[in-house]
Design a protein around this ligand. Structure first.
Ligand SMILES: Nc1ncnc2c1ncn2[C@@H]1O[C@H](COP(=O)(O)OP(=O)(O)OP(=O)(O)O)[C@@H](O)[C@H]1O
Length: 294
């Protein structure tokens, strides 16, 4: 079953582009990454899913229900962490969280304590006295306190130190194991790589690639770094499938996608002193998509 489904979702802000023909689906139990640089349209898509804004054309369904028609009903099953959180500064953390919990028809107190303990959040502090990172933690607890079936996170890790990021990711994995579906938007590829099953790459309002993380990483992309005994001819590796080719004297590096034997044969013509072959990280593959399709 698809938990999220969008069909040609389009939003224009007057004359300026928001998103154009965004179509993707997220299956139940999936952790889906939404990746793109600032201004590419991630928040716009998410705001439509949460019916905070309406699409100009196209449609989006969550749990099989249209987000425009059933927005308020759907929202009860969603945990949302916005990219920026704003609170009434005068409230204590616990007061705010209890207020948030009052929107749901269940007792969330145990859950609030559990989440606060994991995230090292002091419930008795005033919101005003919290650092940016601690305010973010309040947002995390607020988004997860009602054990939502769908968790939507918009650039959730900014402000969290690496240890807290790890705890947060562990928490998300735990929620996912219990059945929650997750939509995770980010411009930090290493986080998406750690957490997500599948990813949509969004650029200038359009999805340019939908891929399994494993396929994106292993899709025959290999990073080669070679050192040779003599200077390398600048055209030696200028062949199909070679990208980001850099040659300096007796060193060459590139990313290759294709039949690996072609490269091995090419290498056999030169005398090498060292070679490293590994998998490029998502960042490199992603940047390659961007530069190629720009
Ligand atoms: N309220 C608005 N009025 C006018 N244009 C907007 C508005 N909100 C977003 N846009 C434009 O829509 C496009 C997509 O922006 P959006 O905020 O969805 O991107 P994003 O990928 O979430 O980026 P960021 O990571 O910076 O939030 C951008 O060109 C942006 O300038």
């Amino acid at each position: 079953m698809n938990v999220i489904e969008t069909n040609n979702l389009t939003k224009s802000y007057g004359k300026s582009r928001g998103i154009v023909d965004i179509s993707f689906s997220v299956k139940e139990g999936e952790i889906f990454g939404f990746i793109g640089p600032n201004g590419s349209g991630k928040s716009t898509t998410i705001r439509i899913l949460l019916s905070l804004i309406y699409p100009t054309s196209g449609s989006a369904n969550i749990f099989g229900k249209d987000v425009v028609a059933y927005g308020s009903e759907i929202k009860k099953e969603i945990g949302y962490l916005p990219s920026e959180v704003f609170y009434y500064a005068n409230m204590k953390v616990i007061e705010l969280l209890k207020y948030s919990a009052s929107f749901y028809k269940k007792d969330c107190s145990k859950r609030i304590n559990y989440l606060a303990e994991i995230m090292h959040l002091d419930l008795n502090k005033k919101i005003d006295d919290l650092s940016f990172g601690n305010k973010k933690k309040v947002g995390i607890v607020q988004g997860l306190l009602h054990e939502p079936k769908l968790i939507i996170l918009d650039e959730p890790t900014s402000g969290l130190d690496p240890l807290m990021q790890q705890k947060f990711f562990d928490l998300l994995k735990e929620e996912n194991k219990k059945g929650a579906t997750i939509l995770f938007s980010s411009h930090i590829l290493s986080e998406v790589q750690k957490l997500c099953d599948r990813v949509a790459i969004i650029k200038e309002g359009k999805i340019i690639k939908l891929e399994n993380i494993s396929a994106l990483k292993e899709n025959n992309y290999k990073r080669f770094r070679i050192e040779t005994l003599s200077k390398i001819d600048k055209n030696h590796f200028n062949i199909m499938g070679v990208n980001k080719l850099e040659i300096k004297e007796n060193r060459v590096k590139f990313i290759f996608k294709g039949n690996i034997n072609i490269i091995i044969k090419k290498i056999s013509f030169i005398e090498i002193s060292n070679i490293w072959i590994d998998e490029p990280d998502l960042e490199e593959i992603f940047m390659h998509h961007y530069s190629k399709e720009a």
